[in-house]
Design a protein around this ligand. Structure first.
Ligand code: HEM
Length: 548
């Protein structure tokens, strides 16, 4: 049981060589820690023996408390109010108006179906627009109790295992391998393929969702909650290569290869990535030049070429690679599964502006001998394989960008309640409220479009979705990254110097600002997406009988 102390007892420990403070009713012994405190020793000594809750929240965010609590907390004050989690939001000055009342499901005007009631149980800090509206007691047609259970499960895991370490991982440009392995064991990797939960390849299950109930909204929630990290590097480290590299193999791979390779990847012990982009061919896929020539006996392809900006390439065991097997243009492309053990594969890490922990890689293939069984899909029909992948990839980017925009907004809203300028909190300056309002309206609009697209994908078959939704999803991808860029910029302005320095309270904002281009360019640049959204939708609607 944790020790309890009276205020008088704590007050005795106020000297440099015996220094305690109180934060949120808990007592911390900072005697040893003070010399390594990044904010300085004296500032701690000034609050020695006292309640320093207000000062603490002024300079730190929740992650710091979560990280240091286990090391520095020695007990609590006598009579500390019934255990409720300490949060930065709790320290924010109370609003003047009466607190909002969440309408419980039972008293809603419309009868809420039994299976949706739990989704109305709020989660999070209830900052307006700080989470999707169904997290905050608002109705939605898309979610049931398995979705809210999953949301709670991932958030708890992220807060314990991921959040406190994000800054470290960003600086070292690597997420510990155990996190990826845990993604496998917790069943999360298996749920990220835009497909039914693949029970045939894994015995791991997601604790809160039976496999037969798994749908695209679960995948949405999973990616969304991972993105609450506010780190493109983290998200891409754990799902970047996997989410786009594995689906083609799952759908179009040779059965023997699938059985040999997929279980290790889904269980988190092996890694895969998608290698399409080349030094000279990005969004313009049809022009790629990496060649794969068949050997005279027809048993192998010999692959030569270079791939660039490949997420996770540096630590991947498998590469889903677009190659040219035939004539110029889209009719001569195939997709091959290349394995790191095959001689002639080399990878080199690239230094980029953002997404640091994602392992952006330059790959060279030099006379790599690949068995024909490793062909994914049919020879010279690889363009279809690549196209089928695009909706899933772009939806993933849109989910991440939208949550990143929300993180920028949420962080700004919290900070605007504690930072004072000209004797007023930032939130009391109309110019700051205007910034927050513009962020929120774009985030909410994008999120609603996102839910609509996911619902369409859930209802349509894959081919119908590929044809009909190519345009709208391209539009959504651009909408989400433009929103992300806007919110990152506005958040950086609100945070001022703190959004310009790495680490500290503005860490997420500073990092996300650097990650913006990593989202606006790959998976189809904004310009190409917007143009495609009109061209593709016109084609589809011509087929549907458009009268123009
Ligand atoms: C449990 C007690 C505390 C811990 C574990 C702690 C930890 C930290 C850490 C890790 C940082 C680096 C910045 C960051 O990553 O966010 C920091 C910065 C700082 N801390 Fe603390 N701190 C504690 C208490 C306090 C208190 C009570 C004060 C003020 C009275 C304070 C004032 C500061 C200041 C001024 C900075 C520099 C902020 C900046 O760079 O903008 N800290 N602290």
């Amino acid at each position: 049981m944790s020790k309890t102390f009276s205020l008088d007892e704590v007050a005795k420990h106020k000297e440099k060589d015996d220094l305690w403070i109180i934060v949120e009713g808990d007592v911390y012994d900072l005697t040893k820690f003070q010399t390594e405190h990044p904010g300085g020793q004296k500032i701690l000594q000034r609050v020695g023996g006292k309640d320093a809750t207000t000062q603490f929240w002024k300079y730190h965010n929740q992650g710091i408390l979560n990280k240091y609590k286990p090391k520095l907390m020695i007990g609590s004050l006598e009579g500390k109010a019934a255990e409720k989690p300490a949060t930065a939001a709790a320290a924010v000055e109370a609003p003047k108006a009466a607190p909002a009342v969440i309408v419980p499901a039972k008293t809603s005007a419309v009868k809420v179906p039994e299976e949706q009631r739990e989704t109305l149980e709020p989660l999070g800090e209830l900052i307006p627009f700080g989470d999707p509206s169904w997290y905050q007691g608002y109705h939605s047609p898309y979610y049931n109790e398995t979705h809210s259970a999953l949301r709670n499960e991932i958030r708890a895991w992220m807060e314990e295992k991921v959040e406190p370490y994000l800054n470290e991982w960003d600086e070292t440009k690597r997420v510990p391998e155990e996190i990826y392995q845990e993604m496998g064991k917790r069943g999360y990797l298996a749920g990220l393929l835009g497909l039914h939960y693949p029970v045939q390849y894994t015995n791991y299950r997601v604790t809160s969702v039976p496999p037969e109930k798994w749908d695209l909204f679960h995948e949405f929630i999973l990616t969304d909650e991972l993105s609450r990290s506010g780190s493109g590097g983290f998200v891409w480290n754990v799902i970047g290569g996997y989410g786009i590299g594995l689906p083609p193999l799952m759908k179009f791979g040779n059965e023997v290869v699938r059985k040999r390779v997929i279980p290790g990847i889904i269980n988190g012990s092996k890694r895969i990535c998608l290698a399409i982009t080349e030094p000279d061919a990005g969004s313009d896929v049809a022009n790629l030049t990496t060649t794969a020539e068949k050997t005279p006996d027809g048993k192998h392809f010999i692959v030569n070429g270079e791939k660039k900006w490949i997420t996770n390439g540096i630590w991947s065991d498998y590469f889903t690679v677009a190659v040219r097997t035939g004539k110029p243009g889209m009719g001569g492309i195939s997709v091959l599964l290349i394995e790191r053990t095959m001689p002639g594969v080399s990878t080199r890490k690239m230094d980029c502006q953002g997404v640091w922990a994602s392992g952006t890689t330059y790959i060279t293939f030099e006379d790599v001998k690949v068995p024909v069984e490793n062909l994914i899909g049919k020879e010279n029909q690889g363009f279809k394989v690549i196209m089928t992948n695009f909706n899933h990839e772009r939806l993933g980017i849109a989910i991440q960008s939208t949550r990143f925009a929300r993180v920028c907004y949420e962080e700004s809203m919290k900070y605007a309640h504690k930072r004072k300028t000209f004797a007023k909190r930032l939130i009391d300056h109309p110019v700051i409220r205007m910034k927050l309002a513009h962020m929120a309206r774009q985030i909410e609009a994008t999120h609603n479009l996102l839910e609509n697209m996911i619902y369409q994908c859930k209802c349509m078959g894959e081919t119908e979705a590929m044809l009909k939704l190519g345009g709208p999803i391209a539009s959504l991808k651009a909408q989400s990254t433009i929103t992300f860029e806007f919110c990152a910029r506005e958040a950086a302005q609100i945070f001022g110097g703190l959004g310009y320095t790495r680490g500290g309270q503005g860490a997420k904002v500073e990092r996300l600002y650097r990650d913006v281009r990593g989202y606006a360019i790959p998976g189809g640049s904004e310009e190409i997406m917007l143009d495609l959204s009109v061209r593709q939708s016109l084609k589809v609607h011509q087929a549907l009988g458009m009268k123009l």
